[in-house]
Structure formats: C-alpha cells, structure tokens
Design a protein around this ligand. Structure first.
Ligand code: ADE
Ligand code: ZN
Length: 323
C-alpha cells in the first residue's frame, strides 16, 4: 500500500546491533551455544522497559553476545535491509560498534566483512544503497578509539565514516579530538551523537572540535536559541530518533516531542529509528507515529524524506537515483 510513511527515504541513524530482534537473538544463541539470561522471546521483550540511555545500553551490549561469526552479522544486516526496504528506505547509513565486539573476542575483520557482505548486495537484493559508519564507544578511553581506528585500515574500502555513541554524559566530544583528526586524515566522514542526554555544549563541541558534518540526535540543542540559529544558518543535519527519545525517557510522550518545533524553527532534521528492535518501530512505523502524534502533513513528511537524501553521504547523482 502506498502509505505516506512508506515514501522513499534515507535512514541515517541506525545501529545495526539495535536491529537484533528477540527471535534472531534466540536463533543465534542456539547456533552459537550462548546462554541468554531470558527464558524466551516474551521474557526478553518484557525487559524492554528502559529508564534512561544506560539501562538500554546494558541490555543492548549483553545481547550482542550472540553475534559471533561473519555469517551472524550478514544475517542481521540482511534482515534489517529487507525490513527497511519494505518501508520505503532507499538508502541506509548503518552504524556499528566495533569495540563492543572486539572486547568479546570477535575480530574487527569478522564484523566488517560480515556486515559488508550484506550491505554490498543490498542494492541488488533490496533496492537499497548503503554506507557503513563505525562508531567509537565514548565511555571507553580515547586510546581505545584510536586503536580501533588503526585496526580498520585493511577494511577502509567498506567504511565511509566515523561516529561516536554509548553513554554520553561525562564523555564530551572533545575527548576524541585526536581520533577525529586522524579519521579525517584517513578520508573518513564524521558524525557524532550529541545532545541526546548531554547538554547543548556537547553539540557545539561536536561541530567545533570534531568537525562533524551531521549531529546524531541534537535534541537538547533546542535549549539554546543561539545554537539553534547557528544550526539553521549552517544547515547542519540533525538525525532525530523520536521513538528512541520516548523509550529512553528524553521526552515523556511522543506528543511532546520537539520534532515539529524543530521543523518550524527551520532546522534540517531527519527522522530515524536508532535501535528499532528495542524501541518499537522501524523507520516506516516511526514516520507513521510522528504523523499521528504531531499532526504532520503529507508535505511535512515529504520534507523529512527530502532532508534525509540531502543529509546523506551520497553524491548528487546517487541521491537523485535513490529518490
Ligand atoms: N548506541 C546504540 N543506540 C544508542 C543511542 N541511542 N545513544 C547512544 N548510543 C547508542
Ligand atoms: Zn543512536
């Protein structure tokens, strides 16, 4: 059906590990001989009640124990791309967390090659073009991020950019200044989570110290009118994730989400799913939910979709073809 929420769009804020559905988690656990501390998928879903970002991250990292082989990563990414394609996604920029896997003894090459296999055949299989973005865990030392960056040199052909995620407060962007400088010197594009739970100052730092081209979330920028003015003037894309913000208690209910106010302020915002297996919806469901909760018009939805292609790391002709 040609629902407005299914219109062609790009997804720019999506953690591939956050697409691990309970059914796949149990299937992989059985295949890899991993014991999960939940009796079944129902009990696991019951655990998806989060008080904040950290309570989500604890479960998110724990469940990754089931991801062990390159095939596991391929299967995970294939499942996401099939679902996203069915909801109108024509281009996906996919985050992954290499340190969350290497810390468990899974080599970075296994992760990258497994993901790349799915991403590189996605255009043919699902009609979706892709980019891969490696994120550094900001609650680990900057030295670990630098080592991780060095470790992917043999796989750079698969990787478009770097990002910064995990527990935000207390880990300001400036901690990663040198890592981002090195990433830039390697020809990588730059994004970072900022202003999800952290203050507006973190958004400024991500721009001024790390030189990011997009800000992931950026929600709390709204507390700082001067920053909003700058983001509007410089047309800095913000990759919003409204369902995530509700589930992680950044906003109480979707009706209170500032998405509409951000559009009205002239900000270049996009709508994304973040960790859809955990937050109750992929990007199509997210478009549907914000349309209902915030009364967005078909024109508003088209603007969000247009923004998503404009903010993507695509050449102009690729963006035109993807639309
Ligand atoms: N890792 C996965 N999802 C995240 C989020 N919403 N914020 C920070 N780190 C994350
Ligand atoms: Zn995120």
């Amino acid at each position: 059906m040609n629902l407005p929420e299914n219109l062609p769009k790009a997804e720019l804020h999506l953690h591939i590990e956050g697409t691990l559905e309970p059914e796949l988690a149990f299937a992989l656990a059985a295949r890899n001989g991993v014991d999960l501390p939940f009796a079944d998928t129902h009990e696991l879903r019951e655990a998806y009640r989060f008080g904040d970002l950290q309570s989500f991250l604890d479960l998110y990292y724990a469940l990754m124990a089931v991801l062990r082989t390159a095939d596991d990563f391929t299967e995970l990414a294939d499942a996401y791309l099939a679902r996203a394609a069915a909801q109108g996604v024509r281009h996906a920029e996919v985050f992954f967390d290499p340190q969350a896997h290497t810390a468990r003894g899974v080599p970075v090459g296994t992760v990258v090659e497994g993901l790349a296999r799915a991403l590189e055949r996605a255009e043919e299989r699902h009609g979706v073009t892709t980019r891969l973005i490696m994120c550094f865990l900001r609650d680990l030392p900057a030295e670990s991020a630098m080592e991780t960056l060095e470790s992917v040199r043999p796989y750079l052909r698969h990787i478009t950019g770097v990002g910064l995620d995990s527990a935000e407060v207390g880990h300001p962007p400036a901690k990663f200044r040198e890592v981002y400088e090195a990433a830039g010197a390697m020809g990588l594009r730059k994004v970072a989570h900022a202003g999800e739970e952290g203050p507006p100052a973190y958004v400024r730092e991500a721009l001024d110290v790390l030189g990011v081209e997009r800000v992931d979330h950026g929600l709390r920028a709204m507390e700082d009118p001067e920053l909003v003015e700058r983001l509007v003037r410089e047309r800095v894309p913000l990759t919003l994730c409204p369902l995530s913000n509700v589930r992680l208690r950044a906003v109480d209910v979707l009706e209170d989400h500032p998405l509409r106010a951000m559009m009205d302020a002239g900000l270049m915002v996009t709508v994304n799913s973040d960790d859809p297996a955990y937050f109750g919806g992929y990007v199509g469901e997210t478009f549907h939910a914000v349309r209902e909760a915030l009364g967005l018009t078909p024109d508003d939805l088209r603007r969000l979709a247009r923004n998503s292609f404009e903010a993507a790391f695509l050449d102009d002709d690729e963006a035109l073809r993807a639309r």
